[in-house]
Design a protein. Sequence first.
Lengths: 111, 115
Amino acid sequence: KNQVEQSPQSLIILEGKNCTLQCNYTVSPFSNLRWYKQDTGRGPVSLTIMTFSENTKSNGRYTATLDADTKQSSLHITASQLSDSASYICVVSGGGFKTIFGAGTRLFVKA
Amino acid sequence: EPEVTQTPSHQVTQMGQEVILRCVPISNHLYFYWYRQILGQKVEFLVSFYNNEISEKSEIFDDQFSVERPDGSNFTLKIRSTKLEDSAMYFCASMITPDLNTEAFFGQGTRLTVV
């Protein structure tokens, strides 16, 4: 069964600290993996997109990694800011038009 | 910056009524999607649309749902005979192509409340 599992479910960190969010997937065939940031009540906003051959991709303070062999991805946030408080969603495309969303990690950044 | 626009932002309807959710994708995009997010749950794929026809749909997208692009601009999701469990945020998204490195742009969503 195609699934995307994210951990932790929620995370609280202090402003300025780093954190890493995890995503494991069982989607097959694999097309690409995306990380999105979703503020409460808003639509998801794309952070990174990685294909099978890409191991790392950065977007400012966000760095995503992908291990296609173990089917794991991580999103590392450096020097967190209060505005980073949001849900971070891992999305895997398995070919065709269908996409599988993870449940997200809810990140709270405290001053 | 171009964006996907959804209207209305919030729709309240009585159970059994029909609703139409509207989306204006980014103008040069060719692939369109609807997603649903029940409060507190994950985003779920509903349907994809390309070249004026449905490309793929999930098991959620049953005969109660339909999509169309009536005028080459708007992309609509119709929900017939709404049920309480249809209450959710509905997101529209568009892409230039569904290729590997293409970004999907999401609208801000329509919050549908069925009472």
